[in-house]
Design a protein around this ligand. Structure first.
Ligand SMILES: O=C(O)C(=O)C[C@]1(C(=O)O)C=C[C@@H](O)C=C1
Length: 123
């Protein structure tokens, strides 16, 4: 139920009683229900992204250990260029902004490189 005191009509009154305000309220209540459903899906996707990121970092941790052990450089710009080109293609096909995909990738890789550097300094 939508509280009229918290959701006044556009004229600032409660609009109590009119048939029109009843319809507006019903439509708003339906919209809020729809919003809750959509937010459940958003929460599921956010959870999946966290799990995927955690898995990715487990693998990059393995890479960092290997690199530290064998004196390999923390970053590999050539590999990154190829990854970015691939991710931009995937983003385009998925109707995601390729610039955003690249920004996201660079953000994650910068963190990975920090981890690699820390492992190297500890080795
Ligand atoms: O593949 C590597 O060499 C990594 O260290 C992993 C990774 C990545 O997170 O994808 C991170 C840093 C490198 O510059 C390139 C790629």
């Amino acid at each position: 139920m939508v509280d009229a005191a918290q959701n006044p009509d556009s004229d600032g009154t409660s609009g109590a009683g009119s048939a029109e305000s009843g319809e507006v309220e019903a439509a708003r209540a339906a919209a809020l229900e729809q919003l809750s459903g959509i937010r459940l899906s958003i929460d599921n996707i956010d959870a999946a992204l966290i799990h995927l990121l955690a898995e990715r970092f487990k693998f990059t941790q393995n890479v960092g250990v290997l690199k530290a052990k064998h004196g390999l450089p923390p970053s590999d710009p050539d590999r990154e260029r190829k990854q970015i080109a691939r991710l931009r293609e995937l983003a385009l096909a998925a109707q995601l902004d390729p610039a955003f995909a690249e920004k996201w990738f660079n953000f994650v890789v910068a963190e990975v490189i920090h981890h690699h550097e820390r492992l190297q300094s500890e080795a």
